[in-house]
Design a protein around this ligand. Structure first.
Ligand SMILES: NC(=O)c1ccc[n+]([C@@H]2O[C@H](COP(=O)([O-])OP(=O)(O)OC[C@H]3O[C@@H](n4cnc5c(N)ncnc54)[C@H](OP(=O)(O)O)[C@@H]3O)[C@@H](O)[C@H]2O)c1
Length: 253
């Protein structure tokens, strides 16, 4: 169960090697998080993440093989995580790929891969884990969306449209969970310096995984339904939504 400050004691991370996910876990272990299931594609890559969290004070860190595109396995993973953790206080959905807009937009299979990894797969996982949280009568889903989905840009519309779909799905699911005891928080970061953006030119108001984690922890404490990171992006995008399409389509990637 969450502690009195709204901080989780147990968590499942879907995308356990994510830089942003790791930063959130480090911040939560520094508070009350003690039992964790790290789910990811490569079991070897999860080992150093588990070691780091144990060294910081986590009592139990288990790993599980998870591919977000393998939707048939999501329900089973939710059952396994519940068996390992007992109560699941937090489910972090961090799996995602940026893709390569220039090649993806002319390649049907690559487009489908980016959409499945960022939208269909995470949506399926949200359904599997929301079912678990509903039955528990408590627990929070935390979904990594992106400002790229708030208004989709020509320069990254494959990734951006997938995040727009995921964000909309998560908003609807959050409403569906009202009254169940379970809840959902959407995180909308801007440009974050992580493995995903390595080698790319930083975007405006670029931030770091640790700064996103600090915003997430503050949001969890308040029971926020949406966390923008950095926070001023909420106002920036309120304005950008009004920009004429002829200007919007010229914005760089
Ligand atoms: N970085 C940014 O600027 C930024 C901004 C806004 C939102 N976000 C979102 O934040 C989330 C975390 O991103 P990050 O910056 O921490 O990047 P990251 O370090 O590259 O993390 C991405 C994670 O997704 C996992 N993943 C990719 N494909 C997968 C699949 N098919 N099945 C399971 N896991 C898969 C990766 O696992 P592997 O180790 O197996 O590759 C990795 O754990 C993503 O959803 C991203 O879209 C990032």
């Amino acid at each position: 169960m969450n502690d009195a400050m709204g901080m989780p004691q147990s968590a499942v991370v879907l995308g356990g090697t994510s830089d942003i996910g790791r930063a959130i876990l480090r911040s939560l272990v520094a508070r009350r998080l003690r039992r964790i299931v790290l789910a990811g594609r490569d079991p070897e890559a999860l080992i150093p993440v588990a070691d780091e969290l144990r060294a910081l004070g986590a009592d139990q860190v288990d790993t599980a093989v998870f591919d977000v595109t393998d939707v048939a396995g999501h329900q089973e993973l939710a059952g396994k995580a519940a068996a390992q953790l007992g109560q699941v206080d937090l489910v972090l959905v961090t799996a995602g790929v940026l893709g390569d807009q220039i090649s993806d937009e002319v390649d049907p299979e690559a487009t489908a891969r980016v959409l499945t990894t960022n939208f269909t797969g995470p949506a399926s996982a949200l359904v599997a884990f929301s079912d678990l949280l509903r039955r528990q009568g408590h627990g929070r889903l935390l979904v990594l969306s992106s400002v790229a989905g708030v208004r989709v840009r020509r320069a990254n519309f494959v990734y951006g449209s997938a995040k727009a779909g995921l964000d909309g799905f998560a908003q609807g699911l959050a409403d569906a969970l009202v009254g169940s005891g379970a809840s959902l928080t959407i995180v909308r970061p801007g440009w974050v310096a992580s493995r995903m953006t390595e080698g790319l030119r930083p975007g405006p108001m670029a931030t770091t995984p640790d700064a996103v984690a600090a915003d997430v922890v503050a949001g969890l404490g308040k029971g926020a339904s949406v966390v923008w990171s950095p926070a001023p992006l909420r106002l920036v995008f309120a304005g950008l939504r009004l920009l004429p399409q002829a200007l919007w389509r010229r914005l760089p990637g």
